[in-house]
Structures are given as structure tokens and as C-alpha cells.
Design a binder for this molecule. Structure first.
Ligand code: PLP
Length: 373
């Protein structure tokens, strides 16, 4: 048996290796505080769960339209100030991302990905047979410099991936820079896939949405904002001409998001409790961000995360070695390598964990660093 060529450049070995290392440490009886978590550590709000249970009992257990339940699409359209026909509900943000990738990444084209970035974008580009062009952001507070984009831009670029607030850095892009990038893309006939999955988790400046631009596919969902990662509910906002090709993929891929999940979220939005549910969680994340940033800032050069629940830290040694050694001190972190080039000495720290655990982890990291010195 042989896997298809399109997968030959895609590796799962690094993630598997880290997973195995953590599992081994746990089996050896080590107590590990995990700072590797890629989802809110809160349960889905009970308001959502109750609505979903009711919806299931009412028969929301079948397919919905490929585009999603109309009442949910309407609520999303209202939030963004777009028309219902510009909204397609998907089985999570991930489904929307792969729909957009298959719809717009031409084989042999170039795909621009600012680094560091969410590892799935690299996978999508490789699966679609594209060449990856990475732009460094380490020296610009993890924000891509439009000038740098200009230098690599050309008519052979099919797609630019943007993700703000960003995983793994927590960086939030200014409206000015985001617009400049959309314009550069438009001048070259490229599509911007703007992954805004963390848009509700921000601390000071509200992130700008790029939904509504002609050449932008906006991807979002409720996995992070309502802590619903297991429910698989996301959405895409784009011009109808862009939604059409994505529908060709969606109708054979996700088909539709779970009906009861769509109904529950539609009701949350119609009742106007969405913002309140989000802000409960964000106020906790803010305390944790402030704590982790102030403490780790004493030992590393860190960029203050403005959104999401991650921090990307230069630990100034090989990230795999650091992550392995830190396990002996009872802390698991994600090495920077899967997030793109130039990340060999970086690790991602997720503060989606309790303050008690974060305190333990910070103390262990300090102990490791004092013994390393
Ligand atoms: N985009 C980014 C940047 C993410 O970090 C994640 C999940 O970690 C996703 C998309 C996927 O979200 P979903 O659970 O909605 O598929």
C-alpha cells in the first residue's frame, strides 16, 4: 500500500513524537502540567448545552441545507453586516479552511504564509500541490510587514493565509496593515483566507474583520468563542462568486454542521447572550495572560499576546530539546518547529489552564532556567 503523492510532503512525526514523550512521562508517574492545550479549558456554557438538548428532542438531528440553518446564517450575517447569501455554515473552522484551500489553491502556484503560523495552513498548501512562501514576522512583533509581502508577491500567488488573533503568537494585526495586505493580494489576483477563529478572544484592541472584501474568504466558528471544539461548527463569509467553488467541496466534505449545534448557537445569538458568554471566559483568560506574561517576561524576551490564549517564546535553545528537558520539571510545551520556518528556538505556551496550574508551571520553568544558567 502506498499513500498518494499529495501527502508525501506531510508529516505527523513531530506531533506524534511530542505526544509519545508526554505519554511516556505520565506513565513514569510524572505529574505534568500541560501548556500544550489548543482549546479553551472551559466547558461549553450550560446555556448552549441546554438549548442543544432541547433541539435534539425537537428533531434537529437530520441534515440541514448545505449552507446551514437559515436562522443561524441570518444571525451571523447580522453580526458582520453582510447578506445571508454570503454566509455558509461548515463543520468547524477546519472544514471551511480546507474547502477554501481546495477551491482556490492552484496546483503549482505559490501560497504565502507568514511565519510563525497555525500548522494546518502548511498542510493545506502541500496537499494542494503548491509551493510555500514564508514571510518572517519575528522582528516585527509577529505582524507581517506589507513591504515584505510586496517583495515576494507575484501573479503566481494564489492564496495568502492570515490569522489574527494568531495561533501560536496571540498577535493582533492593525486594520491598516490588514487592509494593505488585502490590497496587495487584490493587485495580484490572489485570495486572502482570513482565519478569524480567535476574533472574540482579545484583550485591548478589537481585531479587525476582513469579511466583506471582494478577494477575502473569512473563516470563523464557535469552537473557541463558545468553547465548542467538539461540536464542529464553523462558517465562511465571502462573496457569492467565492462561496460557489467552496460549496463544490463542502457538499462532498462536511455536508453540514450538526443540526442541533446550529440551532443552539442560532438561539444564543438571537437571545443576545453571545457576548456575555464570551466575556465570562475572556476575563479569565486576561488574568492568566497578565500573569504568564509578567512572570515569563522576567526570564525571556516575550511579545505581549493581544488575543487568543497563546504566547510564543524564544527560549534560545533547540525547541525539541527544551520541550523534552522541561518534562523532567513537570511541564509540557509545544515546540515551535511545526509552526513554520525560523521557529527552531521558540515554543508555544498555551495558558488555557487554571491559574494554580500556571503558577506551578511558571515556577518549574524558572527552576529549569536557574539550573541551566
Ligand atoms: N484556525 C486556527 C488558527 C486554530 O487554532 C484552530 C484550532 O486550533 C482552527 C482554525 C480550527 O478550529 P475548528 O475547531 O473550528 O476546526
Amino acid at each position: 500500500m502506498r499513500e498518494a503523492n499529495r501527502l508525501s510532503q506531510i508529516s505527523t512525526s513531530m506531533i506524534r513524537r511530542m505526544f509519545e514523550i508526554v505519554e511516556r512521562a505520565k506513565k513514569e508517574g510524572k505529574e505534568i502540567v500541560s501548556l500544550t492545550i489548543g482549546e479553551p479549558d472551559f466547558d461549553t456554557p450550560k446555556e448552549v448545552v441546554e438549548k442543544a438538548c432541547r433541539a435534539m428532542n425537537e428533531g434537529y438531528t437530520h441534515y440541514t441545507s448545505n449552507f446551514g440553518l437559515e436562522e443561524l446564517r441570518e444571525a451571523i450575517a447580522e453580526r458582520y453586516g453582510v447578506h445571508l447569501s454570503n454566509v455558509m455554515v461548515t463543520a468547524g473552522g477546519s472544514e471551511a479552511l480546507i474547502n477554501a484551500s481546495l477551491a482556490f489553491i492552484e496546483e503549482g502556484s505559490r501560497v504565502v504564509i507568514p511565519t510563525p503560523n497555525f500548522l494546518s495552513y502548511f498542510t493545506y498548501a502541500k496537499m494542494c500541490g503548491a509551493k510555500i512562501e514564508q514571510i518572517r514576522t519575528h522582528d516585527t512583533a509577529f505582524i507581517p510587514d506589507p513591504e515584505r509581502l510586496n517583495e515576494v508577491m507575484g501573479k503566481d500567488v494564489s492564496v495568502i493565509f492570515l490569522n489574527y488573533p494568531n495561533n501560536p503568537t496571540g498577535a493582533v494585526m492593525s486594520e491598516k496593515d490588514a487592509k494593505a495586505i488585502v490590497e496587495i493580494a487584490a493587485d495580484n489576483g490572489a485570495i486572502v483566507i482570513s482565519d478569524e477563529i480567535y476574533d472574540q478572544i482579545y484583550y485591548d484592541v478589537k481585531p479587525t474583520s476582513l469579511a466583506g472584501y471582494e478577494n477575502v474568504v473569512c473563516v470563523n466558528g464557535f469552537s473557541k468563542s463558545l468553547s465548542m471544539t467538539g461540536w464542529r461548527i464553523g462558517f465562511t463569509i465571502a462573496e457569492e462568486e467565492l462561496l460557489d467553488p467552496m460549496l463544490k467541496v463542502h457538499q462532498v466534505n462536511g455536508v453540514c454542521a450538526p443540526a442541533f449545534a446550529q440551532k443552539a448557537v442560532a438561539e444564543v445569538m438571537a437571545e443576545g447572550i453571545f457576548n456575555e458568554l464570551v466575556s465570562r471566559m475572556v476575563s479569565e483568560f486576561r488574568k492568566r495572560r497578565d500573569y504568564v506574561y509578567s512572570e515569563l517576561g522576567k526570564i525571556y524576551d516575550v511579545v505581549k499576546p493581544e488575543g487568543a490564549f497563546y504566547m510564543f517564546v524564544n527560549v534560545k535553545e533547540d525547541c525539541m530539546g527544551y520541550a523534552e528537558k522541561l518534562l523532567d520539571y513537570g511541564v509540557a510545551v509545544t515546540p515551535g518547529l511545526p509552526f513554520g520556518n525560523y521557529n527552531d528556538t521558540y515554543v508555544r505556551i498555551s495558558y488555557a489552564n487554571s491559574i494554580e496550574n500556571l503558577k506551578k508551571a511558571v515556577e518549574s520553568i524558572k527552576r529549569y532556567e536557574s539550573q541551566r544558567a
